[in-house]
Design a protein. Structure first.
Length: 587
């Protein structure tokens, strides 16, 4: 039924070289020109430049970005997953300064694509021979939505998730077959996925990995007692994964009420406006036409692979992955009722088409498993693969070619946006303080001129001022990572307003370290402000993370310690038993 994975280790150098050459063909514009003018290019540059600057200044986990919104600050990394930006930081030797951020991002996204090919090769190599696994890894890198993420959407989180997804699949398979010894690897892989892109992790937890685990565990031992034990281990791995990711997850989930996340449930970001059966509500017609075409191609491939799978247990894995691809494709197109309503947790994923990431993973796995079937069955499978590759080729040619053309033409619009990202650092509106009046337009964007008008009007007042005007004189001395020293001379009671957006990450201290005045949100722009009495005041604005941040950090540290203890115990037990962890295989 399947090509035996013989000489897998000796085949790895040749496979890795083939995957690397294919990746180079797919990402040469990123390496040559840097990050393209994608949907998220400006935000990526705003986030990456500051994340890297703060890391280089000694901040281990940057959360507050002081330069965003022209110096008003942003809470972006209280909510956005950090792993892709740690990965980008590793590429900083390739370029220096804020202007080099686009080149750093381009290189980081290119190596993420390569990492996705290598991790997919490792996953497929468990179930097929080296040639089939290598071919599947290359197909995975060249899938249409994967390349669309690189060149059009610019979602660095989703690009990173493509690389992590096969690692989680391998760990799920090991847990179903090896039991407790795979709990810690699965926990680390799942935590890495959550910290790479939370919407993808949520979608995978709903649609993909529970079904994979039940399928593989039931094949090993279909008894209820065995399945109950396996489910208990899976629950333990999930709890440990949540603990490992708590430093990111806990603030991201509990502090959303402090930011303007209501804008992410309106208009363009309402998933009900991206369902294939409701074209009258579409806010991005070009994207939805692409989504519909890819859903049709994946659905067709899934049907062909399912029908050509051999009867009996030998074809069950092929049918499982083909069925998963088809089911997830239906969900991505909005063709399963109730999934995208406001009461559903999937509503927060925003775009149903994000599920195409899972669909591509599943269909490539099914096709590679089918590749070992007799030749008389291969022709239809290869025809299905050809449909997908033609779509991928179109994305490569159109995306890379259009991107290169933009750079050769040197468009004024793109240079203006690049300059804005470097100098003004506009950020995503959901990271404004709660209650701010800015809103996205029908196309999911906002007018840069409105942001500039707000910034210019407030910049004229300096870094701090009093209300009523002239009631106090304020001297501001900037510190590290957004901290401030303040000297206030007030003739009477007054509000002191800082040119910074409000977020509960700060506190005021007096010169001797005692608690200072309480901070609050001021005016329609929700600026950081406090009241002072008449007299002289020496105050320090200091980083004071909310309890959720500290609790999340402690939970992650404790979970890491627990994982290390479990690994040590299991290694010792394995030495005593003298039996290695069995390799998994699903075909």
């Amino acid at each position: 039924m399947r090509e035996e994975p013989v000489k897998t280790r000796s085949a790895w150098p040749a496979s890795a070289l083939a995957v690397a050459l294919a990746a180079l063909f797919l990402v040469w514009p990123l390496l040559l020109f840097g990050a393209p003018p994608s949907h998220s290019a400006i935000y990526n540059a705003t986030w990456a430049s500051q994340f890297i600057e703060l890391l280089n200044s000694g901040v281990v986990y940057p959360r507050w970005l002081p330069g965003s919104f022209g110096g008003f600050g942003s809470s972006a990394f209280f909510f956005y997953a950090p792993v892709p930006f740690y990965w980008a930081w590793l590429h900083t030797p390739l370029a220096e300064g804020a202007a080099g951020t686009f080149r750093v991002l381009g290189a980081a996204m290119a190596t993420m694509l390569l990492a996705s090919g290598l991790s997919m090769r490792a996953w497929l190599g468990r179930h097929a021979g080296p040639r089939a696994a290598t071919a599947g890894a290359i197909i995975y890198m060249a899938m249409p939505y994967h390349l669309l993420d690189l060149y059009l959407r610019g979602s660095v989180g989703e690009v990173a998730a493509y690389a992590v997804l096969p690692l989680v699949a391998m760990a799920v398979s090991d847990l179903a077959r090896a039991g407790a010894r795979a709990v810690v690897p699965l926990a680390f892989a799942a935590a890495l996925l959550m910290c790479s892109h939370l919407p993808t992790a949520l979608a995978a937890a709903v649609f993909l990995f529970p079904a994979q685990f039940l399928f593989e565990a039931s094949r090993r031992d279909p008894g209820l007692a065995a399945l109950a034990r396996a489910a208990a281990l899976a629950a333990g791995a999930g709890i440990l994964a949540l603990g490992l990711a708590a430093a990111y997850l806990l603030p991201a989930l509990t502090l959303q009420g402090q930011a303007a996340f209501d804008v992410m449930q309106e208009a363009f970001y309402d998933p009900r406006n991206s369902l294939l059966y409701a074209p009258g509500r579409w806010r991005n017609e070009v994207m939805l036409v692409f989504v519909g075409s890819l859903c049709a191609a994946v659905g067709f491939a899934a049907i062909v692979v399912w029908r050509k799978a051999p009867a009996g247990p030998g074809g069950s894995a092929i049918r499982f992955w083909a069925g998963m691809a088809g089911f997830v494709t239906l969900a991505a197109g909005g063709l399963i009722p109730g999934l995208w309503e406001p009461w559903s947790p999937l509503f927060r994923i925003q775009f149903p088409w994000r599920l195409l990431l899972l669909a591509e993973f599943a269909i490539v796995t099914a096709v590679v498993l089918s590749g070992a079937a007799p030749w008389r069955q291969r022709s239809s499978v290869l025809a299905a693969v050809l449909c997908l590759l033609l779509g991928a080729a179109a994305v490569v040619v159109l995306g890379a070619g259009a991107w290169a053309r933009l750079h050769h033409i040197e468009t004024a619009e793109w240079h203006a946006l690049r300059a804005a990202a470097i100098e003004e650092r506009p950020d995503a509106l959901e990271y404004l303080p709660a209650g701010h009046h800015f809103r996205y337009g029908s196309d999911g964007g906002y007018a840069l001129r409105d942001f500039r008008a707000m910034s210019a009007a407030l910049a004229a007042r300096g870094p701090a001022w009093s209300d009523p005007p002239g009631a106090a004189e304020v001297t501001v001395i900037p510190g590290q990572a957004g901290e401030l020293d303040l000297a206030v001379s007030a003739a009477g009671e007054a509000w002191i307003v800082l040119r910074r957006f409000h977020f509960p990450t700060w506190r005021l201290e007096t010169a001797d370290g005692a608690a200072g005045p309480a901070l609050g949100a001021y005016g329609p722009h929700r600026l950081l402000a406090f009241r002072v009495a008449a007299g002289e005041h020496r105050l320090r604005l200091r980083w004071a993370p909310p309890p959720a941040v500290r609790l999340g950090e402690w939970l992650s540290l404790l979970s890491i310690a627990l994982a290390l203890v479990l690994m040590a115990v299991q290694r010792r037990a394995g030495r005593g038993a003298g039996t290695p962890c069995p390799r998994s295989g699903i075909a």
